[in-house]
Design a protein around this ligand. Sequence first.
Ligand code: PLP
Length: 391
Amino acid sequence: MKTIYLDNNATTQVAPPVLEAMLPYFSQLYGNPSSMHSFGGQVGRSLRQAREQVAALIGASADEIIFTSCGTESDNAAIRSALHAYPDKRHIVTSRVEHPAVRSLVSHLAVQGYRVTEIPVDNLGRLDMDRYRVSLTPDTAIVSLMWANNETGVLFPVEEAAEIAENRGILFHTDAVQAVGKIPINMGKTSIDMLSLSGHKLHAAKGVGALYVRKGTKFSPFLIGGHQEKGRRGGTENTSGIVGLGKACELAAQNMQPENTKVKQLRDKLENGLLKSIPNSRVNGDRSWRLPNTTSISFEFVEGEAILLLLDEFHICASSGSACTSGSLQPSHVLRAMGVPFTMAHGSIRFSLSIYNTEDEIDFVLDKVPGVIEKLRGLSPYWNVDKMVCS
Ligand code: PLP
């Protein structure tokens, strides 16, 4: 049975042209880009081209791009650099719904004595801008807010938030790992100082990412070693991964608009179809301002993990908004921050699409999911009690 992959916010398929671009760097073109000889030098030139391709996708210039190993490294490098640049400032502002790449880091920094403010969101996952404004103080070293939420797809107004931070002289970082390649970004028109992206979320390979650092921003390296990346990130570059990331960015820049239209149409068909055919279901997050490929849907009175297991029997891949911790199912911090009721949050499933999904796949999913939910609800004492009360 064919796999129907609707988990593209977890990772994406490497695009065939990306793989093709990468392959020579595993065989003929294995030189070290820092070498003095021309064999290494030609790889150095390929990295330069990739840097330009990444920069072009986000409206930056090539020397503002530092290659890293992943989105997590980019996030860590940005936040730690800001704290290093402003050692007297001990306050970090972030949100309650960040990815663990930021959230776990700031918790760790809190233990080391930094003060962390996590801005709340409303029940649609939208950032509380009033709370954000009053959270900024002369002691704030950095603001780190995600551009797009990985679970709900909801977008934060990071450009507006960055402008507010700039007016107060505070550095602004955005985790744009889910946004880059999915929505237009032009760093030339924002006040954002640093931006993280990750290759495997936009049809490049795993193990490669980038950090945009605006020209003139004080920056100190996270990985200290050789003088690769102009001394901003030690370590021999992942040359094949970087060349692939460049190609993926070039493709995203060329195809974003038509691809988004198609992906959004499939996402909306899936979402509307499920809401229509399954009672007591609802979308989590602001449907009007989110990524075109993502929908988080809650099916009341069922466990998300159980839904995933039954979907897996049909080779349908998605992910749930709950996580099994020490034997008990906890709804995700994102859904909790949005105040999604427990009976809904437990049964939440994230479907995230890509350009490789087809209408036939969506029809198949629309055919299978209602039966899965009905079967599980038949086993749920809460659903049956609820029905008895209602009837
Ligand atoms: N930030 C966000 C919003 C993400 O969704 C992810 C990955 O899911 C990351 C950061 C981490 O990226 P990576 O897997 O490249 O470390």
